[in-house]
Design a protein around this ligand. Structure first.
Ligand code: AKG
Length: 285
């Protein structure tokens, strides 16, 4: 384990390549709801992601948003579920060490790809903040084995780093989804019966500085947020979301990225859109 990230608590960090990292990292993810795997990807894999970004921004991603908020010099671009049309993203997701780094953390007999998410906060996209939320609030899913693996593509100092409410995954309480564009407006698929997240100012908030290739992994019930990018340079990440063996479709309204019309409530979330990428075989499992 490494580092100190005052004034926040530190996200527990492990060297992705060191033998035995899995046990400690899994424990940290279980305790805190988030863990950091340092040096998870070397430059050649990051360069493949950059090829994917160039292709996505040039039109290969069918779900790309580019937003420039009033008063900001820089744009905020994000894209979801691009792996099916952006070949370098598909290669990174399916051929890099990613799946084998993530699977042991999920404690699941299977690993299915849910979707990828690209986030680019250009220099001085100051107001492109991400409000406190749980990823799970946006998903039409029951179950708890849903994780986000978020790979830093740039040096990310604390001031523009993600923040996590330590242990907030543990009760599996689901909070109401908030609208990222305007957190004071209702999100279109929000469930009004759920409470909005509210963060105690004395709570233990975890954060850490990242280098390109470091990867944060968190549960879909972990509350987190991020500031806008006030830096003079890009702050980008490519994240991939994964499903384990206790996840089923529940039919709640959600964005197309998270829905497969072939699924019915109660179904396992696996198919062409959400492919199974790892499975324990019956003999060794
Ligand atoms: O990187 C960010 O600014 C926000 C990422 C995030 O909250 C997410 O992917 O769920």
């Amino acid at each position: 384990m490494e580092g100190s990230d005052a004034p926040y608590g530190s996200v527990q960090s492990f060297d992705a390549g060191s033998a035995g990292a899995d046990g400690g990292a899994r424990q940290a993810l279980g305790d805190d709801g988030v863990v950091c795997l340092r040096r998870a990807f070397e430059a050649p894999w990051l360069s493949i992601v950059e090829d994917g970004i160039a292709a996505a921004l040039a039109g290969a991603s069918v779900d790309l948003d580019v937003v420039k908020r009033e008063g900001d010099k820089g744009q905020f671009s994000f894209s979801s579920g691009a792996w099916q049309t952006v070949e370098p993203f598909r290669r990174f997701i399916l051929d890099s060490p990613l799946a084998d780094l993530v699977w042991p953390l999920l404690d699941s007999s299977t690993l299915a790809l849910f979707y990828d998410f690209l986030l680019i906060k250009e220099a001085h996209s100051d107001s492109a903040l991400t409000p406190w939320h749980q990823d799970h609030s946006y998903y039409p899913l029951d179950g708890t084995k849903v994780i986000n693996s978020w790979v830093a593509l740039d040096h990310i100092p604390l001031e523009s780093a993600l923040r996590f409410l330590s242990g907030s995954h543990s009760s599996s309480t689901l909070y109401r989804a908030v609208d990222f564009d305007d957190p004071s407006a209702p999100y279109r698929h929000a469930r009004p019966e759920l409470s909005l997240p509210s963060i105690n100012p004395d709570a233990c908030i975890l954060a850490t500085t990242l280098e390109p290739g470091d990867m944060l992994v968190w549960w879909s019930h972990t509350l987190h947020c991020a500031p806008g990018n006030r830096l003079d340079r890009r702050r980008a990440a490519f994240s991939v979301n994964w499903l384990g063996d206790d996840v089923t479709y529940n039919g709640q309204p959600a964005l197309n990225t998270y829905i497969d019309p072939l699924l019915s409530p109660g179904d396992r979330v696996v198919g062409d859109k959400f492919p199974l990428v790892r499975q324990l075989d019956a003999v060794n499992g």
